[in-house]
Structure formats: structure tokens, C-alpha cells
Design a protein around this ligand. Structure first.
Ligand code: NDP
Length: 305
């Protein structure tokens, strides 16, 4: 990976047999996606040398340039793209085809070039579900799922939980406006009895006290030093089999996770979600099964573990 992300004007150019992959975002310098993908491509290329021609880079693309970027990168031989902030929703206008899950999630994080158009997928929900299964040994099926936050990541989490037959999805958010927008969207897509929501003013303590929940932080609270925990109840109030998952992975421990840890609850940060969503994206592009192990190793060595 180049130390400084590419811009659209100087994007890497590929010619056969080289194959280009990239993540597009603004800002993008924090992204470790090339580290994950290039590690897994290294493993694939040991068995199939053709994959040594595949390269994954970071491109800084401003919102106004997204359409131009998609056209330009398709022409330049890129066959797979990831999208991150702020492109996941805006890209919906520029696609020739949209996968069903991405459609209900209302956002796209993975594109593949097919013949003459980009096809959109969303692998964030899959990444989250796999992370919960593999790291915290829990399933959405028949579970009560509490999602903190009502942004794009919360929407993917809620849709995935409902698609996987969660018993109940409760969304808790700071602002009632964004909460209601998300609830309306989910009620339109799914069976409304399994989706509910609250703000700090409207939640009822008894709904949570002593009950087992999968609690997911999908807010950005915890990214900055000094941020408080997004939890509206002391952790100790939840049932003993509750688990706590923070989508944030840098820093690796947030106040939300520290509190869960101190009270003896199973908990994990968002690195596993990042890895599993990346593994699914690479599987879509390569048509091969991807081992997440090489991605975890590369990420851990990047963060100095
Ligand atoms: P959005 O900007 O769409 O949503 C942010 C959410 O955080 C909103 O619900 C917002 O509440 C809430 N929030 C922000 N600041 C505060 C605050 N001070 N107090 C309470 N709530 C607050 O972001 P995304 O949904 O895209 O991302 C959310 C988090 O998930 C980020 O930390 C991101 O890094 C992480 N993420 C991790 C991934 C992974 O693979 N591990 C993948 C995708 C995201 P309000 O509506 O009131 O503004």
C-alpha cells in the first residue's frame, strides 16, 4: 500500500493481466483496508499465481467526484471497489444493479464491475453477524438486539438482525429525528412488531433490566479520547448472558467496552466486523473462499499486537 492515498488525478493505472481494487472515501488515510486485502491476496496467490497481479489501493475521492471516479476506475481496469464515508448512500444513484441486502440496508460498501456496469453489495451486516458468531459466540436468531445509534452502520446492523430472525430489535439514539427516520424505514421494509426505538427521554428501564441482550455500539462515541460511553443504563443492569460489541476498533478499547469488561460481560471491538466484511467483499470479487485469518494477522501486526 502506498503511504499517501492516491487521488483521482493520479490513480494507479492497471493493464492486463493486472487487476485493480480500491477503497474510495474522504477522508481515507485512516483506512487499513489495503492491509487486509493485500494480505489475503498474498495467501490466494500462493495457490493461484494469477492473484499476484491483483492490487488494492486507497483513493481519496470527494463526494462531488464520485460518479467521475466510478467511470474513470472502470475504464482503468478496476473490477472491485469498497466505499466508505461519505459515499455509501450517494453511490446508489450510480449503479446498474443492486443486491437485495444492500437495497434493504439502503447503503452499499462493495462494488463489482460486471460487463458494463457497477453492481452494489453491502457486506457490513454480514461482517457484523460473523463477528458476533466467531468472536462472541452468539447469534441474532431469537435474540434481543439493542443497537445504539441510528446512522448508516446502525441501519445495516438492524436490517441484518431482522433478516436473521432476531426476536426484537431496539434502536436507541441521541436525536429523535434520526431515530424516527430509521424506524420508519425499517417499519416500511419489515414486520414492524419486531422493531422499536427510544431516546434518553423515552426509554423504559424495565425493558432492559435483567434481560439478556446483544448490545451493539453503532455510534461514533468512543472514537475520541474523553468520549463517554453511549450506554444509557449501567452495564450491570443487563442480564448476565448479555454481550457487548463495539463497531469502533481504533481505539481498541472504548469506555463502552471497558465498562462491559469490568462487569464481567463478553465483549469485543469492531476489528472483527471490519475483517469479515472485507473477506466477504474479496470473495465477491475473486469468486474464492477467503480465510479471514491472514486479514486478522495483518491487522494485528499493523496495530502492534
Ligand atoms: P453516522 O455518522 O451515520 O452515525 C453516527 C451515529 O452516532 C448517529 O446515530 C449519531 O446520533 C451518533 N452519535 C454521534 N455523536 C454522538 C454523541 N456525542 N452522543 C450520542 N450519539 C452520538 O456513522 P456510521 O453509522 O457510518 O458509523 C457509526 C460508527 O460505526 C462509527 O464509529 C464507525 O467508525 C463505525 N463503523 C465500523 C465499521 C466496522 O467495520 N467495524 C463499519 C461501519 C461503521 P445522532 O443521530 O443523534 O446524530
Amino acid at each position: 500500500m502506498r503511504e499517501i492515498p492516491f487521488t483521482l488525478d493520479e490513480h494507479p493505472s492497471f493493464s492486463l493481466p493486472e487487476v485493480g481494487l480500491a477503497v474510495l472515501g474522504h477522508p481515507i488515510s485512516h483506512s487499513i483496508s489495503p492491509i487486509l486485502h493485500n494480505a489475503a491476496l498474498g495467501v490466494l496467490s500462493q495457490e493461484e499465481p494469477t492473484f499476484s497481479n491483483w492490487m488494492y489501493e486507497r483513493l481519496d475521492v470527494q463526494p462531488k467526484d464520485l460518479r467521475k471516479a466510478l467511470d474513470q476506475l472502470a475504464q482503468a481496469g478496476f473490477i472491485g471497489l469498497n466505499l466508505t464515508i461519505p459515499h455509501k448512500v450517494e453511490v446508489l444513484d450510480f449503479l446498474g444493479e443492486l443486491d437485495h441486502e444492500a437495497s434493504v440496508m439502503g447503503a452499499v460498501n462493495t462494488l463489482i464491475w460486471r460487463e458494463d456496469h457497477w453492481v452494489g453489495y453491502n457486506t457490513d451486516g454480514y461482517g457484523l453477524e460473523m463477528a458476533l458468531k466467531k468472536v462472541l459466540k452468539c447469534n441474532f436468531q431469537h435474540a434481543k438486539v439493542l443497537i445504539l445509534g441510528a446512522g448508516g452502520a446502525a441501519r445495516a446492523a438492524a436490517a441484518q438482525a431482522i433478516l436473521s430472525n432476531a426476536l426484537l430489535v431496539h434502536i436507541h439514539n441521541r436525536s429523535s429525528n434520526n431515530l424516527n427516520n430509521l424506524l420508519n424505514l425499517l417499519h416500511r421494509e419489515f414486520d414492524s412488531e419486531r422493531v422499536e426505538g427510544s431516546t434518553s427521554e423515552s426509554f423504559r428501564e424495565d425493558d432492559f433490566w435483567g434481560e439478556d441482550w446483544i448490545v451493539i455500539n453503532a455510534t461514533s462515541l468512543g472514537l475520541k479520547p474523553g468520549d463517554p460511553s453511549p450506554l444509557f443504563l449501567p452495564c450491570a443492569g443487563f442480564g448476565r448472558n448479555s454481550v457487548f460489541y463495539d463497531m469502533i476498533y481504533n481505539p481498541p478499547q472504548t469506555p463502552f467496552l471497558a465498562e462491559a469488561d469490568a462487569d464481567g460481560f463478553k465483549n469485543a471491538n469492531g476489528l472483527s466486523m471490519l475483517v469479515y466484511q472485507a473477506a466477504k467483499a474479496l470473495a465477491i470479487w475473486t469468486g474464492r473462499e477467503i480465510s479471514a485469518e491472514a486479514m486478522f494477522e495483518a491487522a494485528n501486526s499493523h496495530f502492534g499486537d
